[in-house]
Design a protein around this ligand. Structure first.
Ligand SMILES: C[S@@+](CC[C@H](N)C(=O)[O-])C[C@H]1O[C@@H](n2cnc3c(N)ncnc32)[C@H](O)[C@@H]1O
Length: 487
């Protein structure tokens, strides 16, 4: 079942909605420390249109700042939120770029930091009753200049400025409705007004530009994020509410990991809800209760939820977690430590192989499922861009319209297809931006891809399981013990 949703609104009526509230005389304090709101405007788009616009502007600032010729990207750092999400103030991505002006002899190059922030707590998105919580996506631009130096003429005279997309508190996840805000940190904390007319004009113009670009991005989507493709929204929401109230509060209260329980518990409740709905439909077809193995299960929560709901299965990870004994209290064998060599394993008596953000195991899971037999199916939610060799040196095609994550999910689908799966996909209702579930449950006549099959063979020789933190620490201790000359 695949549906193509066509935007049926009158585009002109969307653009005509621009009528911002401006706070030039006295800027309004923002919810973020040190920031002041200079203008805000309701915008008829979901936040994916905002992010697509912002990401494009990061690569091509000349679209926004006319005196700029181009940007040179110095570095891009993505925060691995799966492994350290204790500080939700951390940006999800930080880019350092240089703005190269058109008039090279007259205007200075400016180095600038661009940071992306996103509220990542699943409960914020999934609980419609939850009020007064920011559902904001934010980009912050900070000029990297020496103390006392001034920014070039083409740049706003501020310490930092920020575009915010706020989805409000009572909208469903993904609704095409939000508020755009332009915020600044003034050069002096006492300067909470914008008095300069040129600056007022420029700030209003940039807010207008963002508004227009977001709408154009929305209208330009030929195929939108497809939620609820394999599982209906109503069924999913009922299941989510049910298992959330059954397990959520106790799991959050007894969380012993260093990570943020709000993120992990509610995200896994959402993924478990989706799988439970999918499996119920599957059982009607197969007349068999579904079974599973969760590869790279991490804290084991997803495995715990699925087994607690009556499904036979277990989770495997190279390293155990502090919370495992509590989760395994009534099912000792449910979480297992094992370093997986994916080219050597198969699970013949298992219906489903799951890989939720399972890093380097993700590209291998369709291959393992295919080796496991006729009834083997898989669901992966890809995250970091690991190749079959277990490293992150994969080179992925990236274009304006095709983000890197989409390019990576296409790569995983290509592998799955080469080993005989006809893939389906669904955008999960989770706040993580890595939210595409690829599902392999339909087999096709083997679609031989010789190049890919060759790389599977080569990679199977080179894949080495990662070192655990414990092993790394042991190696460090060994190294410290060595005499100085050997080091
Ligand atoms: C990003 S974590 C995700 C954990 C979990 N699925 C979740 O969503 O919370 C990836 C996990 O894969 C495990 N892993 C990676 N390579 C592995 C291997 N070769 N054998 C076993 N586990 C592995 C890591 O130890 C880590 O716990």
């Amino acid at each position: 079942m695949s549906k193509k949703k066509v935007d049926q609104v009158d585009p002109q009526s969307l653009f005509q909605q621009f009528s911002p509230t401006l706070y030039f005389e006295s800027c309004k304090a923002s919810s973020k420390d040190q920031y002041f709101i200079v203008g805000e405007q309701a915008v008829p788009v979901a936040r994916d249109a905002y992010w697509d616009t912002i990401r494009r502007w990061t690569l091509e600032p000349q679209l926004v700042i006319p005196p700029i010729e181009k940007a040179e990207i110095n570095s891009t750092i993505q925060t691995d939120l799966d492994s350290h999400s204790e500080d939700s103030q951390e940006p999800i991505e930080t880019i350092v770029r240089e703005l190269i002006p058109k008039r090279k002899t007259k205007d200075a190059i400016l180095k600038e930091r661009v940071e992306y922030f996103e509220n990542d707590s699943a409960d914020v998105w999934l609980n419609p009753k939850m009020k007064n919580i920011d559902r904001e996506a934010r980009v912050v631009y900070t000029p990297l200049i020496e103390e006392g130096a001034s920014v070039p003429f083409y740049y706003p005279k501020v310490k930092a400025y920020s575009f915010v997309y706020d989805a409000g508190t009572d909208e469903e996840f993904g609704a095409e409705k939000g508020t755009l805000r332009l915020e600044i940190i003034p050069c002096e904390p006492s300067e909470v007004a914008v008095s300069d007319t040129k600056m007022r004009y420029a700030l209003k113009a940039i807010l207008h530009k963002l508004f227009k670009w977001c709408i154009q991005t929305r209208l330009g989507y030929t195929k939108k994020a497809q939620h609820d493709v394999l599982v209906s929204k109503e069924k999913y929401q009922l299941m989510y509410q049910h298992i959330k109230s059954k397990y959520g509060p106790e799991l959050v209260a007894n969380w012993t990991e260093k990570t943020d329980p709000k993120k992990f518990v509610y995200e896994d409740l959402a993924i478990a809800s989706y799988l439970l709905c999918l499996w119920k439909d599957e059982e009607v077809k197969t007349k068999r209760k579904q079974t599973f193995v969760d590869l790279g299960c991490g804290n084991g929560l997803l495995t715990f939820l699925l087994t607690s709901e009556g499904y036979e299965g277990y989770g495997i990870d190279i390293a155990d977690r502090k919370i495992w004994p509590a989760l395994c209290k009534d099912n000792k064998d449910m979480l297992r430590v094992e370093a997986l060599y994916p080219a050597q394993i198969s699970y013949p008596n298992t219906e489903w192989l799951i890989g939720n953000h399972a890093d380097e195991l993700v590209p291998w899971i369709p291959i393992i499922a295919s080796k496991s037999g006729e009834n083997s199916k898989f669901m992966v939610i890809p995250c970091c861009f690991y190749g079959l060799d277990g490293t992150r040196s994969l080179s992925l095609p990236e274009s304006e319209t095709l983000g890197k994550y989409r390019a990576y999910t296409n790569y995983i689908k290509e592998i799955a297809s080469s080993v005989g799966y006809n893939c389906e996909e669904d955008y999960l209702r989770i706040p993580s931006t890595k939210n595409i579930a690829i599902i392999g449950r339909l087999k096709q006549a083997n679609n031989q891809n010789n190049k890919l099959n060759k790389s599977i063979q080569v990679a199977s020789q080179s894949f080495i399981p990662r070192k655990t933190d414990r092993e790394k620490e042991e190696e460090r201790q060994e190294f410290l013990k060595r005499p100085k000359l050997e080091k």
